[in-house]
Design a protein. Structure first.
Length: 77
């Protein structure tokens, strides 16, 4: 039995946001044929740097809902 990508997508829309994000990660991992360790290390360093900035109070996190509203406000102009 062959299931079309459109049908899989439609079914995926019934998942909650966390489950959809997990599915995206799983799908991306399934098509990556090799891991570039330099990229992985760079991302790990960037994550650590950003976390340290938040922990020190140098930067304040912004909620996704606020970012999303700002993005769509700009794109509507």
């Amino acid at each position: 039995m062959v299931v079309s990508a459109k049908r899989v997508f439609e079914n995926a829309l019934s998942l909650d946001e966390q489950e959809r994000a997990e599915l995206v990660g799983l799908l991306l991992n399934s098509i990556e044929d090799c891991t570039d360790h330099g990229v992985e290390e760079a991302w790990s360093n960037e994550i650590a740097r950003r976390a340290a900035e938040i922990d020190s109070g140098l930067v304040q996190p912004v909620s996704w809902s606020k970012v999303r509203s700002e993005v769509f406000k700009v794109s509507d102009n």
